[in-house]
Design a protein around this ligand. Structure first.
Ligand code: HEM
Length: 437
């Protein structure tokens, strides 16, 4: 007979509240619940009572075994209202069909071509850097937005950047966790206008591309071209996939790169080792897909950043039927959370889990860990469609910055902001000094 998962009593609740205030992050409260209640627990907030499942077996349960009974789509969540029928928020066969349309844009042979844009936009944004302090979180966001729009939609976003920047940030704020979890219809000033602005831009791109494709005989390979030439996809459905990519494809990479730069700034020996590797492998040459595979240490830095600060720290589903996990009952209709953040800090799989140690990802160490203990990109049939893209992009941007700049972190005190992604706030303030050739 299954029993209901434990939930915090007043003492645990108090300790969680204190941790949350001290560390300025709700993740600190979740860590207290996990430590005190175990790998399955229920949080009781008014109107929001999710069950959180932690650990490799829990991740497998959510991502693979019960994938069909744990639905992504929650009709009234802001993310569903915003993305409507985007890949991220649809389920079942429809999801799998839509994904099969989009997969070719992420094929390895496409990645090689994307590297050029990744280098170009890193250089374009960093060209303006002088010796004054700047927030790398914002700088990287510019780079990843430009890369995303050009590689996926074949358009230069530079002329639109300043005009659409506030609207993009407003949309991210709209879907970030917040009071809407307990007050569903709370007013969201500024959202409707931001959405109209971004929609106008996206529908404009669709229209322009339809016209261009009518005049050309070539077969498109970028995501927008592929979607437009897929039979029976309406402009609305195409807009939904574009907006999904715009949000999911740049905010995550921004968070990863901001944390990687932060960690390099905090660990000067790792910074020197990463730079030495880049100099040995690349010298002054431009990064390519082939040379990126040789940057093994940089890859370990990226993985360790993803472990400590997974941009998508929590994944959410809703149980479509009654389920059971580890002897605990999960009634139909329950919100179920899985957490890369908590899994990545379980000491049984990650000794000294709070320490930065890229060598955890040496092959001989990785092989000893169970499947689903490292899930920064999720898993199963909904594994991040952009995982390979994101890993190459992170390496290219970091390699290019290490080639060109001496990086110095000015402020090591940051807190974990739980937005759409996990961000270092108030930012990653660095001085980037151009290196002598
Ligand atoms: C460091 C960067 C990234 C991280 C950490 C990341 C993480 C994730 C995770 C954890 C999921 C699964 C969510 C779940 O099942 O609950 C996901 C899905 C997704 N990601 Fe990423 N992502 C990254 C970059 C990207 C990029 C670059 C793109 C597109 C260019 C992208 C597009 C998507 C899409 C469309 C989905 C939904 C896939 C589906 O449901 O089939 N992501 N991502």
């Amino acid at each position: 007979m299954s029993i209901f998962p434990p939930s915090p009593d007043s003492q645990t609740g108090l300790r969680a509240l204190r941790a949350m205030i001290r560390q300025r992050s709700p993740l600190a409260a979740l860590a207290v619940f996990h430590r005190e209640l175990g790998d399955v627990f229920r949080v009781n907030l008014p109107g929001f009572n999710p069950i959180t499942l932690v650990g490799p077996e829990a991740n497998r349960f959510v991502l693979v075994t019960q994938r069909d009974d744990l639905r992504w789509r929650a009709e009234h969540d802001p993310i569903t209202r915003l993305l409507r029928n985007g890949l991220l928020v649809i389920d079942g066969d429809w999801h799998d069909t839509m994904r099969s349309y989009m997969n070719p844009a992420f094929h390895r042979r496409m990645l090689a071509g994307y590297v050029e844009a990744m280098v170009r936009y890193t250089d374009q944004i960093s060209a303006a850097w002088d010796d004054s302090p700047r927030d790398m979180l914002a700088e990287i966001r510019r780079i990843t937005l430009l890369i995303l729009v050009e590689t996926m939609f074949k358009v230069d976003f530079s002329p639109e950047m300043d005009r659409l920047w506030p609207a993009v940030l407003r949309l991210l704020g709209y879907i970030s966790p917040g009071f809407w979890l307990i007050w569903r219809d709370m007013p969201r000033p500024g959202y409707a206008r931001a959405r109209r602005q971004v929609d106008r831009y996206l529908y404009g791109l669709i229209q322009a591309r339809r016209e261009a494709l009518l005049k050309s005989n070539t077969e498109p390979h970028d995501l927008l071209g592929v979607l437009i030439t897929t039979p029976d996809l309406s402009d609305d459905l195409i807009r939904d996939q574009m907006l999904t990519m715009l949000i999911a494809g740049h905010d995550t990479s921004t968070a990863l790169l901001a944390w990687a730069l932060y960690l390099l700034g905090c660990h000067p020996t790792a910074l020197v080792q990463a730079r030495t590797e880049v100099e040995t492998v690349l010298g002054d040459a431009l990064p390519t897909l082939e040379t990126m595979t040789e940057l093994r240490y940089l890859e370990r830095i990226i993985n360790e950043s993803l472990r400590l600060y997974p941009p998508l720290h929590i994944g959410t589903r809703t149980a479509a039927v009654d389920l059971e996990f580890g002897g605990y009952a999960i009634p139909a209709g329950t919100r179920v959370l899985y957490s890369p953040y908590l899994t990545h800090r379980q000491p049984e799989y990650w000794p000294n889990p709070d320490c930065f140690d890229p060598d955890r990802f040496l092959p001989e160490q990785s092989h000893t860990r169970p499947a689903f203990s490292f899930v920064p990109f999720g898993g199963g049939s909904r594994i991040c469609i952009g995982a390979a893209f994101a890993q190459v992009e992170a390496k290219v941007i970091l390699a290019r910055l290490l080639q060109g700049f001496e990086l110095e972190l000015l402020q090591s005190k940051v807190y974990l902001h739980m937005g759409v992604t996990l961000e270092p706030r108030p930012g990653v303030v660095m001085v980037a000094r151009r290196r002598e050739k």
